[in-house]
Structure formats: structure tokens, C-alpha cells
Design a protein around this ligand. Structure first.
Ligand SMILES: Cc1cc2nc3c(=O)[nH]c(=O)nc-3n(C[C@H](O)[C@H](O)[C@H](O)COP(=O)(O)O)c2cc1C
Length: 388
């Protein structure tokens, strides 16, 4: 059995795992199987992406809702399907710990699913009436969607649900004109939230620096780094069992780099941090055509967070329908919340505030651009597993 040192290969691909030396063909063979390197995106964990249009009625609409984005792919939602309504709950156990100390992102993720539910109801001839926090801020239901029969309303946003993926790969150097950016935002019926575009070179460079600094601070904070890594699913067995979390396939690699990454042993937390920081510097911020920031005057309001999720998903689906890539990048607001929760002096909040208008608070940040290659699907739990 021949032993293959992979240090140089790892370095060449910027995978940041230079200390790893992989064993020979036997171990490699296992790793091929474990990561499904030869058939990425396959298996039951990806089934929801193939079946989301098939189901009728409200359970069918939930099958579209589960394809929404969520922080670290935690899928923090539960749906109570009744004859003429769906109750929406937060699954409080599915969180990212110190990365999201106030569970702001958790509620936003549920808001994203709510938007898909609304679009999928309309496409099925079920006109939705959304009520947020119907039992008050402390109630178990965070939303209820009552429906009544109506003519089906197809829409490009609904059609984009199965093609929407977070794209962490490089974007091309082509700019995205201001009018194209403005056309990505339709906040009709979504009060209290808006989108600020940061596309001009100077403020874009300032936000890029902020994103790199926040990624470095997050990696240097051991608790945040551990909570960040906890949702990484290194192998196919993990992915098929949990059907959630972050995967190698979702990191935006080209096919060769992805195949090599999948043949390597599962990387450690510190290797993962180094890799993320390097990607943030050399790919994510270096190729962002523009940043979008969802802002509000009342960032702690749960209804506003749910509404921000609906707006975020609308922007992402519209970008998808128009052939643009979108990558969520929330390390700055995660550091703002972490500093606040820890009682530390704020360092990131004042820097972000300089890029916004007075009274405007950032809830979410993302970059947009023209993709070099399409984003890849991430695993999902099916509707039947998240309904009660
Ligand atoms: C509130 C929220 C915060 C997120 N923050 C980040 C982030 O900081 N970095 C990142 O790469 N992806 C982020 N994402 C994207 C999720 O990781 C992604 O939605 C999830 O892994 C599922 O993948 P998909 O969007 O391709 O379906 C975020 C998504 C949401 C809804």
C-alpha cells in the first residue's frame, strides 16, 4: 500500500490543512465512500430538492418552505399543518450558540421559510393571510398562515425556490448596475425593514475590511469558533443521518478542488477557521460586486426579524430568477451581538454604523454578483420530519 503525502496538494488548493498527511489507498477508499466524493449532492438528504413541486395542499407548501436558507443550515422550524392554516414554530434547540446569542438569525431563518410557504400556498391556489406572533411575543407560535381557496398564482419567485442556493464561490468581475440591484428588492407588505446597497468602491472596500476583521475575530474567539464548527458535517454518513448543517459541497469549490477536498480526512476546527478566513479574504470579499444590508430601526423586535427573513428570501429568490449569485455573510453582526452579549466594548457596531444612515441598524449582510459557477444544494429534512 503506497502512502501519499498531501501537504503540497493541500497548500496548492488553499485548503489550509497543511499538517495533514493522508494514508494510502485503503483509507482513501473509505473516504471516497464516506464523503460520496464521486456523487456529490446525492442520496435521501437531497431528496427535498427533487420533490418540492409535487405535493398538493399545505403539506406540499411546507415541502417548499423547508428549502429556505437558515443560519448554518440549522433549519430551526416546525410547522403545525391544519385543514386551512399552518402554524409556524421556532425549534429552539436548533441554534448556533454564541454565534447568535440573541437568536436573531434563528428567527430570520424561520422568516425565510415563511416567505417560501406564502409563495407555495399561492402557487397551489391557497391565498395566505399571515399573522406574526399571533399569541404575543412570548407565545409558542411565531406565525400563523391561514389560507382560503383562490386561483393559483404562479410566480418567478416560486419557480426559483428549487434553484436558490447560497453561492460561496468566486463571482466574475462584471459589475451589477444600480438599477439591477434596486430591482432585486420588493418590500411590499413587509414593514419596518429595507435594503441598503453598498456598491461604490470606497464603502464596499470598507465593508470588505470589516468582514475580514470580523471573520478573524470570530476565529480568535474559541467559544464562537467551536459553535461555528459544530454544524459542519464532514462526511456523507453524517449528512445523510442529520440532513442539515454545512457541507464541503456547499463551499463553492470547483469540481477538482471539491473532489480533492472530499478525499481528505475531515478537517479540524482550526483548519476550517484558517480556510474560511482565507476564502473570506481572497474569494468572498475580493469578488463581491456589491453588498446588500437588510436594515431596520428596531433590530430586537421578533416580528421585524421574521419580516427581515421574508425580505431576505425575496431578494435571494429574485437574484436567482435573474441569474445572479448571492452569499450570506453575517460575521459582522455576529460579532456585534457577541460583544454586546459578553458586555465587551463595542468595536464592530461603530464601524458598521459609519456605512449606514443614523438610526439604521444592520440585521443581515450578503454579497451579490455574477457567478463563476452555480451554487450547490445543501441537505434538508423533509416536510414530514418537521411537521406536527
Ligand atoms: C440568517 C442567516 C444567516 C446566514 N449567515 C451565513 C453566513 O454568515 N455565512 C454563510 O456562508 N452563510 C450564511 N447563511 C447561509 C446558510 O448557511 C445557508 O442558507 C444554509 O447552509 C443552507 O444552504 P442554502 O442556502 O444553499 O440552501 C445564512 C443564512 C441565514 C438565513
Amino acid at each position: 500500500m503506497k502512502t501519499v503525502p498531501r501537504r503540497q496538494v493541500l497548500r496548492a488548493f488553499g485548503l489550509g490543512a497543511a499538517t495533514v498527511v493522508v494514508a494510502g489507498t485503503g483509507a482513501l477508499g473509505y473516504r471516497v465512500y464516506d464523503t460520496a466524493a464521486l456523487s456529490p449532492g446525492q442520496g435521501d438528504a437531497y431528496d427535498p430538492w427533487r420533490r418540492w413541486r409535487d405535493g398538493p395542499g399545505l403539506l406540499g407548501a411546507v415541502a417548499a418552505a423547508v428549502l429556505a436558507p437558515s443560519p448554518h443550515n440549522t433549519q430551526p422550524w416546525v410547522f403545525g399543518v391544519r385543514a386551512d392554516a399552518v402554524d409556524v414554530f421556532v425549534d429552539a434547540d436548533r441554534h448556533t450558540g454564541t454565534v447568535d446569542p440573541f437568536r436573531r438569525e434563528q428567527y430570520i431563518g424561520v422568516g425565510c421559510a415563511l416567505e417560501n410557504l406564502v409563495l407555495a400556498g399561492r402557487a397551489r391556489g391557497l391565498e395566505p393571510d399571515v399573522r406574526l406572533l399571533p399569541d404575543g411575543p412570548a407565545g409558542a407560535r411565531v406565525a400563523t398562515v391561514a389560507v382560503r381557496p383562490a386561483a393559483p398564482v404562479p410566480s418567478p419567485l416560486y419557480d426559483a425556490i428549487g434553484d436558490r442556493h447560497t453561492n460561496r464561490g468566486p463571482f466574475t468581475a462584471d459589475p451589477v448596475p444600480d438599477e439591477t440591484l434596486a430591482g432585486l428588492v420588493d418590500a411590499t407588505g413587509l414593514p419596518g425593514v429595507g435594503v441598503r446597497w453598498i456598491a461604490d468602491p470606497a464603502p464596499r472596500a470598507a465593508l470588505s475590511r470589516l468582514l475580514v476583521d470580523a471573520a478573524a475575530a470570530l476565529c480568535a474567539d474559541e467559544r464562537q469558533s467551536r459553535d461555528n464548527f459544530a454544524w459542519f458535517r464532514p462526511g456523507d454518513a453524517d449528512i445523510q443521518r442529520h440532513r442539515d448543517g454545512l457541507t464541503l459541497g456547499g463551499q463553492g469549490f470547483g469540481p477538482l478542488k471539491l473532489a480533492i477536498a472530499k478525499l481528505l480526512p475531515a478537517s479540524s476546527r482550526t483548519d476550517g477557521d484558517r480556510f474560511w478566513l482565507e476564502q473570506t479574504t481572497t474569494v468572498h470579499t475580493a469578488t463581491a460586486a456589491a453588498y446588500g444590508v437588510i436594515t431596520t430601526a428596531t433590530p430586537d423586535d421578533r416580528a421585524v426579524q421574521l419580516t427581515a427573513g421574508r425580505l431576505l428570501e425575496r431578494v435571494h429568490l429574485t437574484a436567482t430568477a435573474r441569474g445572479l449569485a448571492l452569499h450570506h455573510m453575517n460575521q459582522v453582526t455576529e460579532r456585534i451581538d457577541r460583544e454586546h452579549a459578553a458586555g465587551a466594548a463595542p468595536t464592530f457596531a461603530p464601524r458598521f454604523a459609519k456605512l449606514l444612515s443614523p438610526g439604521e441598524h444592520p440585521l443581515l449582510t450578503f454579497r451579490v454578483g455574477h457567478p463563476v459557477r452555480p451554487g450547490a444544494p445543501s441537505p434538508r429534512r423533509p416536510a414530514t420530519q418537521v411537521t406536527k
